[in-house]
Ligand binder design. Structure first.
Ligand SMILES: *Cc1c(COP(=O)(O)O)cnc(C)c1O
Length: 380
């Protein structure tokens, strides 16, 4: 009798995938080390938390949890439509923007087609693409010495588009690098991409990135029918645990996405919270301002220790620690600080650090200062 081998039963495309590696949960480190004072700066969550209005909306919706959510997301779409100035027919809601990215891959890719993305791009893109059996084409990132080190090389990405390319992914700003494209450069790129290829501009960090001059690509949708802008409630809106995101696109693209979308992909609490969160401009502004200011505190603090950081327009920084990045990550864990190792992104010398609240950032910098002093050469 032969052993049961699930992998041999899976599609060849799935067989070849490696699972996404999330940030280490606080509860897991607490169990491992018996610590109770843990800071997680590993998943780009908004340390300020959600709007109190979002919490109240969820509490009000709780007794209705036995009812299926509104599968059309009517009320949230109406709010988004007003806020963004787009027709509701252009919106596709998702169980997090990750869901929307997967819907794009399911609807537009198949074996024999291609999708283009950058080296050091968000890890979900290659997984979503390759699960469909399509070919993922990874374009080398800009050099470490470039003005936007490790950023997307949009010219090279454009040149890689073939008649078989259906999707090209641009995270603006990108995660895990924090890098972004100028509005001019991005517009030239979108305009030049042939219309048989959808340009997915992932604006997961848009609210933080405005301060760095990042373009709101939603403004370009009327001019470019092949443009798809993806946003999330997980980052600046502080609702990562709920899973809420959306795409804004040509209505024809939204129609295709809705054909593969699960009918109730956004849950009742997420719908209620997202709609309420959109109304709290003050909370959004305060938490974004704090994160942008504190990112500069981290950048300056790291710089003062001789640690190079990649320019970031997000609520995180990618810091270069050289060959000891792994040791520093482990030492930080011992001190109850969780950051994100990015070796799985091909960046074994870097750690990605999410901006926390001021005392958390101060604690991180203090611990790092001690670690680097006791492990000389760590930054080289
Ligand atoms: C965090 C992130 C997302 C959002 O993921 P959700 O599924 O909405 O939580 C999307 N794209 C990038 C680049 C991200 O960093």
């Amino acid at each position: 009798m032969s052993a049961f081998d699930a992998a041999s039963l899976a599609s060849a495309a799935v067989h070849g995938l490696a699972p996404y590696v999330p940030g280490k949960p606080v509860a897991e480190l607490a169990r491992e080390l018996g610590l109770d004072d843990i800071v997680k700066l590993a998943s780009n969550e908004n340390a300020s938390g959600p709007s109190p209005r979002a919490i109240a909306a969820m509490q009000a919706a709780l007794p209705d949890a036995w009812i299926y959510p509104d599968g059309s997301g009517h009320d949230l779409k109406r709010s988004l439509s007003r806020r963004l100035g787009v027709d509701p027919a252009r919106l596709t809601l998702g169980n997090g923007s990750n869901d929307v990215l997967v819907l794009l891959a399911e609807a537009f890719l198949a074996p024999g087609t291609e999708a283009v993305y950058s080296q050091y791009c968000f890890a979900v893109y290659p997984i979503a693409v390759r699960a469909t059996g399509a070919h993922g084409v990874e374009i080398p990132a800009l050099a470490r010495t470039h003005a936007m080190p490790l950023g997307h090389d949009l010219s090279a990405m454009l040149a890689a588009i073939t008649p078989r390319t259906r999707l090209v992914f641009v995270a603006n700003p990108n995660n895990p690098t924090g890098t972004w494209a100028s509005a001019d450069e991005l517009r030239r790129f979108v305009a030049a991409v042939p219309r048989h290829t959808l340009v997915i501009v992932d604006e997961a960090y848009f609210e933080y990135a405005v301060a760095s001059g990042c373009q709101n690509a939603i403004e370009w949708l009327d001019a470019y029918p092949h443009l798809v802008v993806v946003r999330t409630f997980s980052k600046a809106y502080g609702l990562a645990g709920l899973r809420a995101g959306f795409a804004v696109s040509h209505a024809g693209v939204a129609d295709m996405l809705n054909r593969v979308r699960q009918p109730f992909n956004m849950n009742l609490l997420a719908l209620a919270a997202a709609e309420a969160a959109l109304e709290d401009d003050e909370h959004l502004r305060r938490s974004v301002d704090l994160a942008v200011r504190e990112r500069q505190v981290l950048e300056r603090g790291l710089g003062a220790m001789g640690v190079r950081t990649i320019p970031s327009a997000g609520n995180f920084v990618l810091a270069e620690f050289g060959a000891r990045a792994g040791d520093i990550d482990r030492a930080l864990l011992q001190q109850g600080i969780i950051v994100r190792p990015v070796a799985n992104y091909g960046l074994p010398n870097h750690l990605r650090i999410t901006v926390g609240l001021p005392p958390q950032n101060a604690r991180l910098l203090e611990v790092l200062r001690h670690l680097l002093a006791s492990t000389p050469g760590a930054q080289s």
